[in-house]
Design a protein around this ligand. Structure first.
Ligand SMILES: [Zn+2]
Length: 334
């Protein structure tokens, strides 16, 4: 069984590797290190020491493009889209967003550079974390992307102008075309990136946002069927205040969906357990999420993040020690 946690926020190799030793001693055998635009620009040797040192301890290392271009999940800022507005996604409201467009050739070139850099370490698996088109909670109707690159590509493919209204206002056939365009854009992007990673001898895991977010990637089998994708994952995290039943139900449902699609295409499966913003007294939710994932046969379970995400105050759990203890017990006692 693969048991892991994500780790970020410490860029001292000495201190990070002390934590890695602690993680190993606690019975984990895998770690995910985040690699942001900032890491890419300023911390290559530091990150290489951290990643290689982790692998040398015998831990399996995953690395994700943390918030890179804001196409992926994560709290890291994107300077890339701030510097070059040409590669920004444009939403229905006509405004450029703080997110790069996965169809833009310059963003793709940046990602190939990122892959080349990260794959020069002892990473085993590149973790494509929540690839999505830009959306804002509370304004989900304001879809992206209507940048010039996307509009031209859409016109070429479908023979008419990309609609400039909400999905609800589009005739059904146009809504279908736009959804298909968004999905195919992400699949095409992932194909190109995962092929590059495979060519460098590393694995790929794609983590898909749960279906209640308008990521643009609804059909998970299209991801699982990509030749260079080795593993599929998801992270059906609960909102603060969700009931235990909600946690149980959504983890069971997502685990089933993942294992089905993975089995059909011969891929490995991984599940992510929420370990941030956990309120005092609700730590057992982690055990429920692990239990439902295990019931579906998932043998690769990670928590986001190390010690209840205590280094990021916005996401910190009330009782980091208790969150860590419950997760360790849940994956260890199986
Ligand atoms: Zn675009």
């Amino acid at each position: 069984m693969i048991k892991g946690v994500s780790y970020f926020g410490v860029r001292s190799p000495r201190l990070a590797l002390m934590d890695m030793e602690g993680i190993k001693a606690a019975g984990f055998n895998a770690v995910l290190h985040t690699w942001s635009e900032e890491d890419q620009q300023y911390y290559f040797d530091t990150m290489k020491q951290i990643v290689d040192g982790t692998a040398d301890l015998g831990l399996d290392v995953y690395v994700n493009p943390w918030g890179v271009g804001r196409v992926f999940g994560g709290e890291a800022y994107s300077e890339l889209s701030a510097r070059n507005h040409d590669l920004c996604q444009v939403a229905l409201d006509g405004k450029p967003k703080v997110a790069a467009c996965p169809n833009h050739p310059e963003f793709r070139a940046y990602m190939h550079k990122w892959i080349e850099t990260v794959c020069a370490t002892k990473v085993s698996t590149i973790f494509w974390d929540e690839p999505h088109f830009y959306f804002e909670k509370g304004g989900l109707q304001n879809w992206s992307c209507r940048c010039p690159v996307c509009r031209e590509k859409f016109h070429k493919q479908f023979g008419y102008e990309m609609p400039a209204v909400t999905f609800d206002q589009m005739p059904p056939d146009q809504a279908r075309d736009v959804k298909r365009f968004r999905e195919e854009s992400l699949i095409d992007f992932l194909k190109e990136m995962t092929d590059d990673v495979h060519a460098r001898g590393k694995r790929n895991c794609v983590c898909m946002l749960p279906p209640w977010f308008p990521a643009g990637l609804d059909d998970w089998s299209k991801v699982a069927r990509l030749e260079s994708v080795d593993e599929v994952a998801s992270d059906p995290y609960w909102e603060k205040g969700a009931s235990e039943e909600w946690v149980r139900e959504k983890y069971a449902e997502t685990a089933r969906k993942l294992t089905e699609v993975a089995a059909k295409h011969g891929k490995a499966v991984q599940m992510w357990i929420k370990a941030y913003q956990i309120e005092a007294g609700r730590e057992n939710d982690l055990a429920i999420a692990v239990e439902e994932s295990r019931k579906a046969g998932i043998e690769n379970i990670f928590a986001w993040s190390y010690r209840g995400t205590e280094t990021l105050s916005w996401l910190k759990s009330d009782r980091p020690d208790e969150v860590a203890r419950v997760f360790r017990k849940a994956v260890g006692s199986i």
